[in-house]
Design a protein around this ligand. Structure first.
Ligand SMILES: *Cc1c(COP(=O)(O)O)cnc(C)c1O
Length: 429
């Protein structure tokens, strides 16, 4: 599991005390544990005994170049959803030939860029997109590798904003239509090469059942596509959930003992291996959250407290611009004080400086009675944390650091006010 724990009354990332990082780099700062990422990646890469599995890390979960480079060095490919993400991967030393490119609205410049970079495969989400890629490839005089995203119509039982695999969602092509679409590609789109099939049913799934249902539904189709068009891969997407609500007080409780149903990399692999192995296809996994989610905290400082008529508020120096998950889809993050408290729990809202009522990180939360000036760690902040941040309220982007044992490396400088406005043009009057 993750490597954030209390030592001598102070919360550490690996062997580094978090207050030391705050002293050096200020707050808010995202703190990544390199060894947490590497351990989980290793587990993914070894869990699927007997299946030809490849990891395509979902860049959008956390796209810092240092993280991408780490993944690339360990042999990962990348699942990208924009030309910008492809550019980041290449800059960080990732191999475009290991990139799958998903997304429902790829533009012509993005398609041209991906083609000229030699990506592994376009993951196409509609017939019109396929026709557009075919047209562009013809113009360039090349052949584009494609797979179609099939929508298995399985309910992932996750938040409505992060469910992607039902008929109600904008993603993919309906399961009933998928094989006739492959036939159309083969018959009509001569600048496309059918390379695989893909699905991705949602994010933060906490149970393996929807994955099993989706794989069971699509497996016969994948087998027929292999037979008919010689596809070489099936990407089964990402979506494995993490525990956000774990172990406040001690940091040492055994999560899995208390969450026996919770999905693990092992239980996911064990459930899917028997279904995937007989296909003889290359299987791509696109984990994002599960690889980086628990591997970072956002370090923030309490600046004020306020006792309202009915509520106690603790104001912190990080806002919804730094982590938007609670505001956007009711995301839950544990909040741990950096200095360990023993007994004084209070119920409070932990709120940021942004002028929006939605700017909270926790509501009605039992937390230690932290006082202004104290440091807090917002846990499980590695995925969809910094990558979703903005400068709303003219707040510069946070810093990011990576910890490896007792070594701290700055992987993103805190944005300056100058940088905040450097692309703005003041009219001359
Ligand atoms: C977002 C996304 C992922 C990663 O999802 P996680 O829940 O972070 O694992 C994988 N594949 C596609 C196509 C995505 O859009």
């Amino acid at each position: 599991m993750h490597q954030f724990s209390y030592k001598n009354g102070t919360l550490h990332c690996e062997r580094v005390a978090l207050n030391q990082i705050a002293d050096q780099y200020g707050t808010p700062t995202f703190v990544y544990s390199r060894n947490t990422i590497l351990n989980d990646l290793d587990e993914f890469q070894h869990a699927f005994e007997g299946v030809d599995v490849h990891i395509a890390y979902a860049v959008k979960a956390c796209s810092n170049g240092a993280i991408l480079r780490l993944m690339a060095q360990r042999g990962c490919g990348f699942d990208i959803v924009s030309g910008g993400e492809l550019w980041r991967v290449i800059r960080a030393g990732g191999n475009p030939a290991l990139c799958t490119y998903a997304g429902v609205a790829k533009t012509e410049p993005e398609i041209r860029y991906a083609l000229s970079s030699g990506i592994y495969c376009f993951i196409c989400e509609s017939e019109n997109e396929l026709r557009e890629i075919d047209r562009i490839a013809a113009e360039i005089g090349t052949v584009a590798p494609v797979a179609v995203r099939v929508n298995p119509n399985v309910d992932a039982h996750t938040h409505k904003y992060i469910t992607t695999g039902t008929n109600e969602n904008k993603f993919g092509v309906d399961i009933s239509r998928i094989e006739s679409l492959y036939a159309e590609i083969a018959a009509q789109m001569h600048h496309l090469r059918i390379r695989g099939i893909q699905m991705h049913i949602g994010s933060q799934l906490t149970d393996v059942t929807p994955f099993v249902m989706a794989v069971e539904k699509i497996a016969p189709i994948a087998a027929r596509l292999k037979e008919t068009y010689g596809i070489e891969f099936w990407s089964i997407g990402g979506g494995i959930g993490i525990i956000y609500d774990g172990c406040l007080a001690s940091g040492e409780k055994k999560w899995w003992d208390e969450h026996p149903q919770q999905i693990t990399i092992q239980s996911y692999a064990q459930a899917l291996i028997p279904l995937l192995k007989p296909l003889g296809l290359r299987i791509l996994l696109e984990p994002g959250r599960r690889l980086v989610g628990n591997a970072a905290v956002m370090l923030t400082r309490c600046v004020y407290e306020k006792k309202g008529e009915s509520k106690l508020f603790k104001m912190i120096d990080a806002g919804m611009n730094d982590i938007i998950r609670p505001a956007l889809y009711e995301g839950y993050h544990e909040i741990w004080p950096v200095r360990q408290h023993r007994d004084d729990l209070v119920v409070a809202d932990i709120v940021g400086p942004i002028c929006e009522s939605g700017d909270f990180q926790a509501q009605n939360r039992s937390i230690p009675d932290v006082k202004p000036g104290e440091l807090l760690a917002e846990m499980s902040a590695g995925a969809y944390g910094f990558s979703m941040s903005s400068t709303y309220n003219s707040r510069p982007l946070a810093a990011e650091v990576m910890v490896d044992g007792d070594k701290v490396t700055l992987i993103r400088r805190r944005q300056t006010l100058e940088q905040l406005v450097e692309d703005e043009i003041l009219p001359i009057d």
